[in-house]
Design a protein around this ligand. Structure first.
Ligand code: FAD
Length: 232
């Protein structure tokens, strides 16, 4: 595969190392869009920082948005010990973590063939509470720097009390799949002659002009939002 998404720096970097598909992670609809290559999956996870976590607690399924970072072969999330989600995950319930990067809206000549270009990853497993203080601090630093590169060194470091008030959980990347769609619409042959505009509208999450805190100390240089552009 030699995919390149228009308007992004996504490239297909095949690492030759694969996450072995399981019964639960084999892509069944349009299997050619399934990706198990570790390099490609890491690249998707590293471009995003927002995931959705599904889990069931007391007969109710929840899907909760939250931030994450990948370090080696684990994903780290964090939050308050009072969080119901973190409480459930800490207890070892099965979880499903999904990351979605939207690359474009695919406008076809028929309503039926409209689509989206995307790269998404689904991870299944159970999380573990991170108790080692060094790993916990490294995960929090990595999270801050993942969202805003270089931010950790600019700000006050967490106190012991703040660390106590934060749970960090990790999820191993073992049962993992990605799915990727790229390219133009795929219309029915007879529809290509229709006088309808068709193509791709590229989409991306990008920073806009920063708005300074009204209580900002005087004399500080403006924040350079280009630092957090995910796909420079
Ligand atoms: C972009 C983004 C990033 C976030 N990053 C983090 C993070 O890094 N760490 C973190 O701890 N939390 C984060 N959150 C908040 C997170 O979604 C949860 O609200 C939080 O973790 C508390 O979860 P809980 O299960 O304890 O919620 P509870 O308060 O126990 O949930 C009770 C009910 O409130 C509702 N609810 C909870 N959260 C949401 C929500 N986000 N939207 C709508 N309804 C909701 C649901 O109905 C839920 O069943 C983020 C949210 C967003 C949107």
């Amino acid at each position: 595969m030699a995919a390149e998404v228009s308007g992004s720096r996504w490239r297909t970097i095949e690492s030759m190392e694969q996450f072995p598909p399981t019964d639960r992670t084999s892509v069944k609809r349009l299997p050619k869009r399934g990706v198990y290559d570790k390099g490609q999956i890491h690249a998707i996870l590293d471009e995003g920082f927002l995931c959705h976590i599904g889990f069931t607690r007391a007969d109710q399924t929840y899907v909760i948005p939250t931030g994450y970072v990948r370090l080696d072969n684990r994903i780290y999330i964090h939050g308050s010990p009072a969080s119901r989600m973190l409480g459930a995950l800490k207890a070892g319930v099965d979880m499903c973590l999904t990351v979605t990067l939207l690359d474009g809206l695919v406008l076809a000549r028929s309503a039926f063939h409209h689509s989206m270009n995307y790269r998404s990853v689904v991870v299944l497993g159970t999380a573990q509470l991170v108790t080692d203080p060094t790993e916990k601090m490294a995960a929090l630093q990595a999270f801050v720097d993942h969202v805003v590169p270089g931010r950790w060194d600019e700000v006050r470091q967490p106190t012991a009390k703040e660390m106590q008030a934060t749970y960090v959980l990790s999820l191993a990347l073992t049962e993992v799949s990605a799915k990727v769609r790229t390219g133009p619409p795929i219309d029915d042959e007879e529809d290509y002659a229709l006088p309808v505009w068709a193509g791709v509208v590229p989409m991306r999450v990008e920073p806009r002009e920063p708005v300074a805190d009204p209580r900002l100390s005087p004399g500080l240089a403006p924040f350079d939002a280009a630092r957090i552009d995910r796909r420079k």
